[in-house]
Structures are given as structure tokens and as C-alpha cells.
Design a protein around this ligand. Structure first.
Ligand SMILES: [Fe+2]
Ligand SMILES: [Fe+2]
Length: 258
């Protein structure tokens, strides 16, 4: 089973790039399931609305995962009503894990997709470790893909090792910078600390560089704007053995796009 995952799509610029790139990537890799992180997909670069979700599905996403910005422009009810748009299952305000978990049913095969958030440098949330214990009690009998939206690579690695052999893949998001550590853990779980993002290159993580310099230099709030122009489309392609549910390969997608 092949999974195509695309990291955080940032703003209108990211949406435009995704619309051009995703059909080509799908034709090239022929994934069974395509997952896109949409927490920054609103034109402003933070959050997601119903329109943005519709756009990402129109580009070819089967599931949309979330992160720390998931509740910026919509409430928990949006996730309760939209089965394949996820926000982190371990947000404190999310009681029903369905907001952060879905099952893609492909007939003979199923894939459970989980959106989770870290606790380091992010708003306080429930432990992703205990959350996964709970989720795996229910969904542990099928291949599971985890988008772990977290800041610290140490937390990402620790969770990945905790889940090694229990899930098929743990893919990090949130830093917007693709890491060079894609590999398969000893128990068969595919891992990368961060899949990267879809955003303009001449920016700070997709946002206007001048505003970001001002914010960091003077430690003051600024108005952020999404940078337009040439950028990266980042993600991973993961192949999973259907019988064993172990990953066979994980390969990075890292293409320049305008
Ligand atoms: Fe994030
Ligand atoms: Fe993000």
C-alpha cells in the first residue's frame, strides 16, 4: 500500500503550488492514499476553513491532517462533521478521538490516519503517548499512519520509537523544514522527523521575511503575510507491506516549484 504525504501547505501560494504539483505527483507515484497537512492552508497562512478543505480535496487529497493552527478559523464541530479533515486527537478540547482519527476504506485494505500534536513548545495538550495507547486499542488491527505535529525532534523520535512495530508510519510536521533522517525503524515503522512544507522559498517558513525579522529582532507582534513565488513542495512516499503492516520504504519528495 502506497501513501503519499504532503507537509504543511502554507496559504494561497501553497494552495497554488499544490494544485499544480499534486496531480503530477499522484500520476508519478500512484498512491493508494494521499494525505495533506492543511493547518496553514487558509490564505492567511494559519488555520483552515471549509473552503480550504474543499480546495485540498479538489487537488487530490483523501485525508487532511492538522496541527497547532487547526482551531484558528473553525471549531471542533467542523472536525466532528468532516470525517476526513482531522485536528490533533490529543487537543485538550477534543473529547472524541474521531476528530483526530479516520479510516480510509479501500475495500480490501484499510488505513487508519491519526493527527497528533506534541507538547514541547506548543500549547498544553494531552500526552500523545497515552493518546496513541487509547487509539491503538481501537485501531491497532490495521495499518496506522501518524502525522505527529511537533516542535522538538527529541519528542518526535521518542514517540516514533514508542510506536515502532505498532504503527506503519510516524511522519513529523510543523517545523516546515524537511529533515534528512527518513528511515525505517527496527520494528518496521517508517519515520521522518519532518516532511517539510509547501511554501515560498524566499520567506521564513512561508511568511513574509521582513515581518519575521521585525518580530524576532524587536520581540513584538507583527502582521504576517504569506510570501508568493517559487518554493518547495515537500513530502514523503511510503510503501507498506499489506500483510505485515511494516514499511517497505520511505522516500522524500523535495521539488522546487513555481
Ligand atoms: Fe504547526
Ligand atoms: Fe505549519
Amino acid at each position: 500500500m502506497k501513501i503519499l504525504f504532503i507537509g504543511d501547505v502554507v496559504g494561497e501560494n501553497g494552495q497554488d503550488m499544490l494544485a499544480k504539483a499534486l496531480p503530477k505527483l499522484k500520476a508519478q507515484h500512484k498512491p493508494d492514499v494521499t494525505i495533506v497537512n492543511g493547518e496553514n492552508s487558509h490564505k492567511s497562512g494559519t488555520g483552515i476553513t471549509e473552503n480550504d478543505a474543499r480546495f485540498l480535496f479538489g487537488c487530490g487529497a483523501d485525508v487532511i491532517t492538522g496541527g497547532n493552527h487547526s482551531l484558528r478559523r473553525c471549531g471542533v464541530d467542523f472536525y466532528e462533521e468532516n470525517e476526513f479533515v482531522l485536528c490533533p486527537a490529543n487537543f485538550n478540547v477534543v473529547n472524541d478521538e474521531k476528530c483526530g482519527v479516520c479510516v480510509v476504506d479501500m475495500g480490501a485494505n484499510q488505513l487508519c490516519v491519526v493527527s497528533l500534536i506534541g507538547t514541547v513548545f506548543l500549547d498544553a495538550n494531552r500526552s500523545p503517548f497515552f493518546e496513541m495507547d487509547k487509539i491503538l486499542k481501537k485501531y491497532g488491527n490495521m495499518p496506522v499512519f501518524v502525522d505527529f505535529h511537533a516542535e522538538a525532534t527529541s519528542e518526535k523520535y521518542a514517540l516514533a520509537h514508542y510506536l515502532d512495530s505498532k504503527v506503519s508510519a510516524v511522519v513529523g510536521t510543523h517545523t516546515h523544514v524537511q529533515t534528512n533522517d527518513d528511515h525505517i525503524l527496527p520494528g518496521g515503522t517508517a519515520y521522518i522527523s519532518d516532511a517539510g512544507c509547501v511554501c515560498a522559498l524566499d520567506s521564513v517558513l512561508g511568511m513574509d521575511k521582513k515581518a519575521c525579522v521585525t518580530k524576532q529582532k524587536y520581540l513584538c507582534p507583527v502582521k504576517f503575510e504569506v510570501t508568493k513565488g517559487e518554493g518547495f513542495v515537500n513530502g514523503v512516499v511510503i510503501d507498506i507491506d499489506k500483510k505485515s503492516r511494516k514499511a517497505v520504504s520511505i522516500n522524500k519528495i523535495h521539488i522546487k516549484f513555481n
